[in-house]
Design a protein around this ligand. Structure first.
Ligand code: SF4
Length: 192
């Protein structure tokens, strides 16, 4: 499994399949532990991710780590983290359809090799990549389980950047809903 992932990573690190390849500082392939239980799929690298070659660093990444830690998960031991797109779009714009299409093979390979049992779709880019037929925003479907690839349970969740923009914790707020979701994710993980 690890050798196969390394092969995919190697070709991804040299990839120029779309225009983002010429603009990046680093390809952002993954972080965390290659783990067949829990995978989080985010959107695309931002400034800090592009500089460090790691997904979910900076304030959003720190918040994501805290959310995981609140239910006893750690990036180092429990979660494989990757993005829908491996190179940073300029000015953090949403990835274009042709960029998503060009990059999709890497993500599909990551899923095929690890066959995670739980997949978290973090933010709207991941949501629309996997559940385009729903045609709804993340607020409508976060916290719901869907059937994912290879029989995985798949749940859309808020992106931590969105939580940073909506920091107030009151009943029904994004922060409170995220807390509910992560507890349900922990329960599903423990039941595997
Ligand atoms: S975004 Fe994906 S397809 Fe485009 S150059 Fe980077 S790795 Fe290749």
């Amino acid at each position: 499994m690890y050798e196969q992932l390394e092969e995919v990573k190697k070709s991804c690190l040299n990839c120029q399949k779309c225009a983002l390849g010429a603009l990046r500082n680093n390809v952002v392939f993954s972080d965390g532990i290659p783990n067949s239980k829990l995978m989080l799929i985010g959107e695309a690298p931002g400034f800090n991710e592009d500089m460090q070659g790691k997904p979910f660093v900076g304030r959003a990444g720190q918040l994501l780590d805290k959310i995981f830690e609140s239910v006893g998960f750690s990036r180092e031991k429990d979660v494989y983290i990757c993005n829908t797109i491996k190179c940073r779009p300029p000015e953090n714009r949403d990835p274009l359809p042709d960029e998503k299409e060009a990059c999709r093979a890497y993500l599909d390979k990551q899923i095929e090799i690890l066959k995670p049992r739980i997949i978290l779709l973090c933010g709207k880019v991941a949501l629309t990549s996997f559940l385009p037929h729903l045609n709804v925003g993340i607020t409508k479907v976060r916290g719901q389980w869907f059937e994912g690839p290879y029989g995985a349970k798949m749940m859309p969740i808020f992106h931590p950047s969105y939580l940073l923009r909506n920091p107030i914790a009151r009943p029904g707020s994004p922060k409170a809903l995220m807390w509910e979701d992560i507890k349900n994710i922990r329960k599903a993980y423990d039941a595997l």
